[in-house]
Design a protein around this ligand. Structure first.
Ligand code: PDD
Length: 288
C-alpha cells in the first residue's frame, strides 16, 4: 500500500498529514456520520472534477450536512492540495463529517462540519491484471437502501471486499434479489449478446463517475450500450465483465466464482473501451 502524500487540509488550513488530528467526539469517528469523494488526478489535473463536486453536493444534501464550501472554493482547495503535493498523478481523498458533538444520534444544533482532504499517489492497475483480467466472486448485497450516497459508513463494503479477498478474488460483485447492483467499491458492466450493459442508477448503487464516462464513451463511439437491470443468470453467461472505479479505471474480470468469463481473457469490447478511456485521460493530461 503506497504511503499517502505528505500535505493535507483540515478545517481551513494546509498542514503535514502526520499532524492532522480530529477529536474523538467527531461524528465521523463515533458514527461514521459523513460523506466522501475519491478524485483521480492525471498530470496535476483532476478527472471530471465538476462531476465529483456535484456528487459530493448530492451526498451532503442527502445526509443533510450544509455544504461547507462553494464550488469555487472546493476547486481552489483541490488545486492547491495537488500542487502542494507535487502535481503529477494522484488520488485526492475528500471527507466531510457532521463535526464534533457530544454523542447523541440526533443531529447536533449549530454544529460545524469537519472538512478533511489528503492525497495518495495514483497507483496504476498492475499490467498483469490488465493482460489477464481479475477474479470476482458474487456475494449477497447486505447493504442499506441509500447506496447512492457516498457515505463514509463503509462497514458492509469492507466486510464484502474482505470476504472476496479471502476467497482469492479482487472484488465482490453484489446481488440483490438476484440482480446485479455493483461491486464492493466499483460499478459493474457486462457484455451480453455483444451489447454493453450496466445497471441503471438508483438507490441500490453509487452513481460512479467512471461508470458515467464509460456510458458516454459508448454512446460517442456508437457502441451499443444499455442501462437496465442485469439478472444473475445473465451475469453468469456474460461474454465480458468489467469493474469501473476512480482507482481501477476499467478492470476486466475473467473469472467469476471459479468459472471463466467468456474466453477467460479480457474481451474485444474491453480492449475497445479501454482505448477510448485512455485517449480521454491523455487529452486531460495534455489539457485538451
Ligand atoms: N469507490 N461503487 C462503490 C460502492 C464505490 O465505492 C465506488 C468507488 C464506485 C465507483 O465510483 P467512481 O467511479 O466514482 O470511483 C462504485 C472509491 C474509489 C473508494 O471508495 O475508494
Amino acid at each position: 500500500m503506497a504511503e499517502p502524500l505528505s500535505i493535507a487540509w483540515l478545517n481551513g488550513r494546509f498542514l503535514p498529514l502526520a499532524e492532522a488530528c480530529v477529536p474523538v467526539l467527531d461524528r465521523g469517528f463515533i458514527f461514521g456520520d459523513g460523506v466522501y469523494e475519491v478524485i483521480p488526478v492525471y498530470a496535476g489535473k483532476p478527472f471530471r472534477l465538476a462531476h465529483h463536486l456535484q456528487r459530493l453536493a448530492n451526498s451532503l444534501a442527502a445526509v443533510r450536512i450544509a455544504d461547507p464550501h462553494t464550488e469555487e472554493e472546493w476547486q481552489g482547495l483541490i488545486a492547491e492540495l495537488i500542487e502542494r503535493n507535487g502535481g503529477g498523478d494522484q488520488s485526492v481523498y475528500l471527507q466531510v463529517t457532521r463535526g464534533i458533538a457530544p454523542r447523541d444520534h440526533r443531529f447536533p444544533e449549530g454544529g460545524r462540519p469537519t472538512v478533511f482532504l489528503m492525497s495518495n499517489p495514483f497507483r496504476p492497475v498492475p499490467e498483469a491484471d490488465l493482460r489477464e483480467g481479475v477474479t470476482a466472486v458474487t456475494l449477497n448485497d447486505i447493504r442499506w437502501e441509500y447506496c447512492h450516497i457516498k457515505s463514509i459508513s463503509l462497514l458492509p463494503n469492507i466486510l464484502l471486499r474482505q470476504q472476496a479477498v479471502e476467497q482469492g478474488a479482487a472484488e465482490a460483485i453484489l446481488l440483490r434479489q438476484s440482480e446485479v447492483t455493483e461491486g464492493a467499491a466499483s460499478n459493474v458492466f457486462i457484455v451480453s449478446e455483444g451489447v454493453i450493459v450496466t445497471p441503471p442508477k438508483g438507490d441500490c448503487l453509487l452513481p460512479g463517475i467512471t461508470r458515467d464516462l464509460v456510458v458516454e464513451l459508448a454512446m460517442e463511439h456508437a457502441l451499443e450500450c444499455e442501462e437496465r437491470p442485469i439478472p444473475e443468470v445473465e451475469l453468469r453467461r456474460a461474454q465480458e465483465i468489467w469493474l469501473t472505479s476512480s482507482t481501477r479505471e476499467i478492470l476486466p474480470v475473467t473469472r467469476l466464482d471459479d468459472l471463466a468469463v467468456g474466453e477467460g481473457r479480457p474481451g474485444p469490447r474491453w480492449h475497445t473501451m479501454i482505448g477510448h478511456y485512455r485517449r480521454f485521460v491523455e487529452d486531460l493530461r495534455r489539457g485538451a
